[in-house]
Design a binder for this molecule. Structure first.
Ligand SMILES: [Zn+2]
Ligand SMILES: [Zn+2]
Length: 258
């Protein structure tokens, strides 16, 4: 996911997670008139393949700073000592914020079966009285009290709606994988995602994007109908469902942040 903003008349951009090949990343950035070198940082939430991908080698090759917790990059950082390709790494700690060109980036600890996983809240201080707060929250097994507390009062949110409980149950996944995905350290179901949105008061959100949908165990119609039941018609109407291929525009950020 690409996050772009303007600070003191300059445009900045970060990439959040990097599950693509280098070639695909170059192609996707190229569609927006960008190169890998134009990235101010690549942020990684956790080490699972669809998030970390080849980020360390891509970042090293293109001289881009990679941000993650120590746990996320542990084997890479240990191997770095012997590597010919130096990696610029900024260590993130859950509960702490980093500043990047007017953007405060907060790493929030989440319950997921990875080593020191985090998700992010981005605070764009355009105006101290009214900062723009964007949250990205995927890959978590349940909405912990900590997550609910931190993700309240946002302007926009990308939230996981990974699976439909019934489809997961009926799927051809092995029992162990069903248990992992549906468990407390796996992924949010549509129902859990709707409950989380209720808990953080989704009514205040100008933009909500459902993401990280399982191809096998979910369908956009199921997400929308669950949200419709739990959060009402108006909410379901304005919900955006992210498509892995088509992508999505974070329209609020475009409008408000210019
Ligand atoms: Zn994932
Ligand atoms: Zn994961």
């Amino acid at each position: 996911m690409l996050l772009q903003w303007t600070h003191q008349a300059k445009t900045h951009q970060i990439l959040l997670d990097c599950g693509f090949s280098e070639r695909e990343l170059i192609q996707r950035l190229g569609m927006r008139g960008l190169s890998i070198e134009a990235l101010d940082a690549i942020l990684i939430t956790h080490e699972h393949g669809d998030h970390l991908g080849k980020a360390p080698s891509i970042a090293a090759r293109h001289g881009v700073e990679l941000w993650s917790t120590f746990g996320t990059l542990r084997p890479v950082l240990i191997a770095q000592a012997k590597s010919a390709m130096p990696l610029r790494h900024r260590r993130l700690r859950a509960g702490e914020s980093q500043d990047l060109f007017g953007m405060q980036i907060e790493a929030v600890a989440v319950p997921h079966d990875a080593s020191e996983p985090v998700q992010f809240i981005f605070n764009l201080a355009r105006d101290k009285a009214l900062p723009l707060r964007l949250g990205v929250l995927t890959d978590l097994g349940h909405a912990s009290a900590h997550v609910i507390a931190r993700f309240k009062g946002l302007d926009a949110l990308v939230v996981e709606a990974n699976h439909d409980v019934q489809l997961l149950e009926q799927s051809g996944y092995p029992a162990s994988l069903k248990k992992r995905v549906g468990g407390d350290w796996g992924h949010l179901s549509n129902d859990q995602s709707a409950a989380l949105l209720q808990a953080i008061d989704a009514a205040s959100l100008s933009c909500v994007i459902a993401a990280h949908l399982s191809r096998q165990n979910n369908h956009p119609d199921r997400v929308r109908s669950t949200m419709h039941q739990r959060l009402g018609h108006a909410f379901a109407q304005r919900l955006i469902i992210a498509d892995q291929h088509e992508g999505f525009d974070w329209q609020l950020a475009d409008k408000k942040a210019g």
